[in-house]
Design a protein around this ligand. Structure first.
Ligand SMILES: Nc1ncnc2c1ncn2[C@@H]1O[C@H](COP(=O)(O)OP(=O)(O)OP(=O)(O)O)[C@@H](O)[C@H]1O
Length: 357
């Protein structure tokens, strides 16, 4: 029996040093049973180093990793109930699909008939035709190989599946299809997935929570909506997409017009006010929002169903505004633009918080 309230994985104060360089600075992380956690961050932030330690490909310098009540950082990789799916797949190219999927079962000395039955079941799970059992890996397409690699990972029946950028080598359409399939697979298997990616979009589509790494530390760990709406730092806000920043000093910010109620709510507060381009709306003459901005359009882009404007405020600050195409403004570059948003759509990163991050 497992206790659902207990995390399946606990990482305590994990530090990794390579000679005099520290790649991970005492990171803590709890992963819930059955969770889909994505780890994102810029190149060199420590994602791969962390995963390599978790699966046992590398040793930590300090700290501990627990799988339920067992300390696993002292357990050799091949004895850990975890499994890794790589971008490079690591399939046996000259063997059949069936042989590849059955490999982990063979290692465990499962009898041939039972192995085959399980491999066929896994072909069903991954939505590959059963007659692929005898097909050679070399004859499979990129997407099919990825499914075979997943089937093989599931054949290990691991407690946790780790993924290191498994889709990054695939073309856009296939990636999009497999993103949805992976999410679906996660739901159907109920396994815990920990997934590294460079792609924020991928993380947002698939995961329950996103952990954002920066220079060997977790900057924020939360569901995507929360990270998007309430980033703890400018780094996270920018990482999650386009954003406008306003420097708020004692409730005042240059270029920002406020209603008396908004001014009262922001009175005495300092930090960075963040406003997403799509939170803004165009305002008719004479109408004001909680926060209002006035300026001139310096560039405009048609983004499918939306229009994006770059607007120059009187202060010289540029702002990005995104509205539905039907709400776009006539006049184009050089035209005056008035936009605004509700105070609830703006998020204040308080000063002390950002400085500490
Ligand atoms: N074996 C090693 N020896 C020395 N430094 C290393 C070693 N492995 C990784 N590093 C350093 O540790 C830091 C983190 O690397 P890591 O590969 O974990 O980053 P990452 O976030 O996975 O990057 P990417 O997204 O580019 O794969 C980098 O600065 C890297 O140069």
């Amino acid at each position: 029996m497992t206790d659902a309230s207990q995390p399946i994985l606990r990482i305590n104060a994990l530090t990794k040093r390579f000679d005099d360089f520290t790649a991970l600075h005492g990171v803590d992380l709890n992963v819930a049973e059955g969770e889909f956690l994505a780890i994102v961050g810029p190149s060199g932030s420590g994602k791969t180093t962390l995963i390599r330690i978790l699966v046992g490909m590398d040793e930590l310098s300090d700290g501990a990793v627990w799988l339920r009540n067992t300390r696993i950082d002292v357990v050799p990789a091949n004895k850990r109930p975890t499994c890794m799916v790589f971008q490079s797949l690591a399939l046996f190219p000259h063997r059949t699909v069936g042989q590849n999927i059955e490999f982990p079962l063979k290692l465990r000395k499962v009898p041939p008939a039972e192995r085959k039955a399980r491999a066929l079941e896994l072909l069903d799970t991954l939505r590959l035709p059963r007659d692929y059992y005898d097909k050679r890996i070399q004859q499979c397409s990129g997407g099919e190989k990825q499914r075979v690699a997943l089937a093989r990972a599931l054949a290990f029946d691991p407690e946790i599946l780790f993924f290191d950028e498994p889709l990054s080598a695939l073309d856009y359409r296939l990636r999009k299809t497999l993103e949805k399939e992976l999410k679906d697979l996660h739901r159907r298997t109920g396994k815990t997935f920990i997934y590294i990616t460079h792609s924020l979009e991928e993380a947002m589509v698939m995961s329950d929570r996103i952990a954002i790494m920066k220079a060997g530390r977790f900057e924020q760990i939360a569901p995507a909506e929360e990270i998007y709406a309430r980033p703890v730092s400018k780094f996270v806000a920018e990482f999650m997409g386009e954003v406008n920043f306003f420097d708020l000093r004692n409730g005042q910010a240059e270029g920002l017009l406020m209603t008396p109620e908004t001014a009262a709510a922001l009175a005495g507060r300092s930090g960075t006010l963040t406003i997403r381009p799509e939170s803004l709306r165009t305002l008719p003459e004479g109408q004001a929002a909680d926060l209002t901005f006035e300026g001139e359009i310096v560039a405009e882009y048609l983004l499918g169903s939306r229009m994006q404007y770059r607007m120059m405020l009187a202060t010289g600050q540029e702002m990005i505004v995104e509205v539905l195409r039907e709400n776009g403004v006539a006049g184009g570059i050089g035209a005056a633009l008035r936009v605004g948003c509700d105070l609830s759509a703006a998020h204040l990163i308080e000063e002390a918080r950002d400085a500490a991050a």
